[in-house]
Design a protein around this ligand. Structure first.
Ligand code: SF4
Length: 255
């Protein structure tokens, strides 16, 4: 006769509790706390003008900023304008970006968008959402980054970090990136909107991490509505910097 197991049934994996929405009055102090350590936040992609920013953001889909900076460091030595990118061609671009994900499609898109910039915009990057989103490889998120960083628009590009923080903290809960984006645009005070994009990305990258947020060293914990805050440092886990190490940056202006 089969022996009966005396083990108790495995507990179901605990689901994180749903955060309560952050009160409107907490939004400013929450962001002010994030800003305290980094008043002038910058994206970590290297660029020197709107075109090199646009190309870097297109290359950054499903790739780390560090890997993109490594690729563009050599790519931009050979081609840093739409005309030189077209002259370099898909194969030439591909030689520089092989180490990043989806490089073949990205090489095609970079050359195709460069050709469109030459044909339709005199070789410049248009300061226009619809025109940007019509370019190959450019979606709403990429257009938001370019509009924010290159043109100073108060846009919010919802990447994986901002989507997580919007939901986890109760800042702007939503089932899709667009609902989180709309919630953030509505709730963040206008004077903080432009920088909020980078404050949130950097906070998600270095402190409010996906698997284990480092709540014990979070400056905004008083206003965050996440109910399962991590109480202390996880053994063997070193604190990571709020901004990227210098080794991650190279070449031109780090944004
Ligand atoms: S307290 Fe924790 S969950 Fe809340 S924002 Fe800070 S790191 Fe994220």
């Amino acid at each position: 006769m089969a022996k009966k197991s005396i083990e108790s049934p495995k507990p179901a994996t605990a689901r994180p509790k749903k955060p309560r929405p952050m009160p409107a009055a907490s939004v400013r102090p929450f962001l002010t706390a994030l800003a305290a350590g980094n008043p002038n936040p910058e994206t970590e992609l290297n660029y020197s003008d709107p075109f090199t920013l646009l190309v870097a953001v297109v290359l950054s889909a499903q790739a780390t900023d560090v890997s993109v900076n490594r690729a563009t460091a050599t790519l931009y030595q050979e081609a840093a304008t739409p005309a030189s990118m077209v002259a370099l061609g898909v194969e030439g671009v591909g030689r520089h970006i092989r180490s990043i994900g989806l490089w073949q499609g990205k090489a095609r898109n970079v050359v195709a968008l460069s050709q469109i910039l030459l044909d339709q915009y005199g070789g410049t990057v248009p300061h226009d959402r619809m025109a940007l989103e019509a370019l190959p490889g450019v979606g709403r998120k990429t257009a938001n980054v370019v509009l924010n960083v290159a043109f100073g628009e108060p846009t919010m590009a919802v990447d994986t970090h901002i989507f997580r923080i919007g939901n986890r903290t109760g800042l702007a809960p939503g089932a899709t990136p667009r609902t989180v984006e709309d919630g953030l645009l509505k709730r963040i005070p206008p004077d903080m909107l432009r920088d909020a994009h980078n404050w949130l990305i950097l906070h998600g990258r270095y402190i409010c991490k996906a698997r284990k947020p480092e709540c014990w060293r979070c400056p905004a914990t008083d206003w965050c509505r996440f109910q399962d805050k991590t109480p202390g440092a996880v053994e063997g886990q070193a604190d990571s910097p709020i901004t990227a190490p210098a080794a991650g940056r190279s070449g031109s202006q780090a944004v």
